[in-house]
Design a binder for this molecule. Structure first.
Ligand SMILES: Nc1ncnc2c1ncn2[C@@H]1O[C@H](COP(=O)(O)OP(=O)(O)OP(=O)(O)O)[C@@H](O)[C@H]1O
Length: 265
């Protein structure tokens, strides 16, 4: 469960570069709820995710995960409970370490033990099994450096890594945007499978209006640091991509969409 109350985040406060990125967001996701997040470039989507992960300072407001106040908790202390996958496949893993080492590090997130203890024979077999479940034939390449893999393979492994330390919350920041269509589809299916299997409370930022309506059970639109649309249930299921695009344009005052914030597919 995630609860965000009256959240405000301002970058470079009190300087000429001051920028209010999140401007009073209230959002509660029940345990296991999966919401997609859309909005213009600069609307505050990534900042909202970063605040939940603890990577940016909260100016005002409160963030709870599983009913516990984490507003001022250091990112490392909430790392085992909050997993995040970024758009850039290189961002979520270490290129110089092997697949097995990356997975072992992910499995011990939040723990104080060393890598050696994370790679005992039992753990090795378990990690291999989790990789085999992907169906990408990577289980025989556990010793290969992560840097040798394609972007899609790395994103698939990043999702597996997200589930290894028992996270409750999954934050996805356009995690399929840099992939070719076939691999993006694979990663979307894997996302749905893992979210369901692990009961993860999930926020997924996307620029694809199709993904925004098809994935999860709720769609939230941000604009200038605030929630301007929050749809679920029948209202959402009766909506098609054209309806969502029309709402998107309305929120932006009918201005031409000259950025990459809106993809129909
Ligand atoms: N580290 C930072 N320092 C200063 N300003 C920042 C920083 N990160 C984000 N911003 C600014 O905060 C605002 C919100 O940015 P954010 O990245 O959250 O938007 P977004 O909705 O994720 O946009 P996009 O779709 O382009 O990724 C933007 O104006 C951005 O320039």
């Amino acid at each position: 469960m995630i609860s965000v109350q009256d959240l405000h985040v301002t970058f470079n406060p009190g300087t000429p570069l001051e920028r209010r990125a999140v401007n009073g967001i209230d959002l509660t996701l029940q345990e296991g709820e999966f919401a997609t997040v859309i909005g213009s470039n600069g609307a505050g989507k990534s900042t909202l995710l970063a605040a939940i992960a603890g990577d940016v300072a909260v100016e005002r407001g409160r963030i709870e995960i599983g009913g516990r106040d984490v507003t001022r908790q250091a990112p490392a202390r909430r790392a085992a409970r909050v997993a995040r996958v970024f758009q850039d496949p290189l961002a979520g893993s270490c290129a110089a370490l092997s697949i097995e080492e990356n997975l072992a590090l992910a499995a011990m997130r939040g723990a104080r033990r060393g890598l050696a203890s994370a790679l005992n024979a039992g753990r090795r077999a378990l990690l291999r099994e989790r990789v085999a479940e992907l169906g990408l034939n990577l289980e025989d390449r556990m010793g290969d450096r992560m840097g040798l893999l394609s972007g899609g393979q790395r994103q698939a492994l990043a999702l597996v890594m997200a589930t290894l330390a028992g996270a409750e919350v999954l934050l996805l920041d356009e995690h399929t945007a840099a992939l070719d269509p076939g691999m993006a589809e694979f990663v979307v299916e894997l996302t749905q499978r893992l979210v369901k299997a692990h009961g993860l409370t999930t926020l997924m930022v996307t620029h694809s209006m199709r993904q925004a309506l098809d994935l999860g059970t709720r769609t939230v639109m941000l604009h200038e640091g605030r929630i301007v649309l929050d749809i679920t249930g029948e209202r959402r299921s009766s909506m098609d991509v054209d309806d969502l695009v029309a709402m998107f344009r309305k929120v932006r005052g009918g201005e031409e969409l000259d950025d990459d914030s809106l993809r129909i597919g």
